[in-house]
Write a protein that binds this ligand. Sequence first.
Ligand code: PEP
Ligand code: MN
Length: 260
Amino acid sequence: MKTNIVPFGPVNIGGSKFAVIAGPCSIESEEQLLSTAKFVKDNGASILRGGVYKLRTSPKSFQGLGKSAFDLVKLAKQETNMPFISEVTDPRQISDLYDLVEIFQVGSRNMHNYELLKELGKTDKPILLKRGLAGLVKEWLLAADYITEQGNEKVVLCERGIRTFETTTRNTFDINAIAHVKQFTNFPVIADPSHGTGVKELVAPISMAAAAAGADGLILEVHPNPSTAKSDGHQALTFDDFKKVMTDLNKLLHVFDKTI
Ligand code: PEP
Ligand code: MN
């Protein structure tokens, strides 16, 4: 099937360009966000990620800076000129986030939040729809339909790993899902090997596997000092790790006539 091209700002997802979205799991400080944004941009990322509102398993864990991250995001965008993606966890955040993000991210825990999907379907911005942690591919595609039914066709799917009986890794990255979406749907698909594995050493090999299976891009968590990260430090790439993934990706993508 032919993949839709989802345009936003200067970047497209779904064409012969491979989109690399990178940045911290959570935005923590000006220094953390700006240094990461500049580094990932200088090394080929085209879209900046950063959690503002975080859906954490424990209510005692860091919940994100919320509105106090907005000025940091504006600064990072000004300094790097990168489009920005962040998760919207509640329909009441849509209007505030609208002016801050170029792409709305729907997190895994919200794939079944149909009211949120319907509201996002009324906007004109691209939506990165993550697969639910126990979502069937069929349910994920129906969730995408909730957005498109409202008139917003700019849906990009994101495989981020699913729960299986295996506990060696945080999740089991479902490479089949990438190939399935490419073969049988028109949606572009991005791979998230950070959450898909939960282990920073596995992010590089699974990035390559996803690119080889036809993914239209990656979303990668990067942190200047992962051991101090307020969320997902164990799966964050250091700057050096990120640079190495980008070098390897460039070599691999050549085979598929794609470029970053
Ligand atoms: C994230 O991208 O930081 C995130 C919370 O992802 P997921 O919804 O896939 O768990
Ligand atoms: Mn994360």
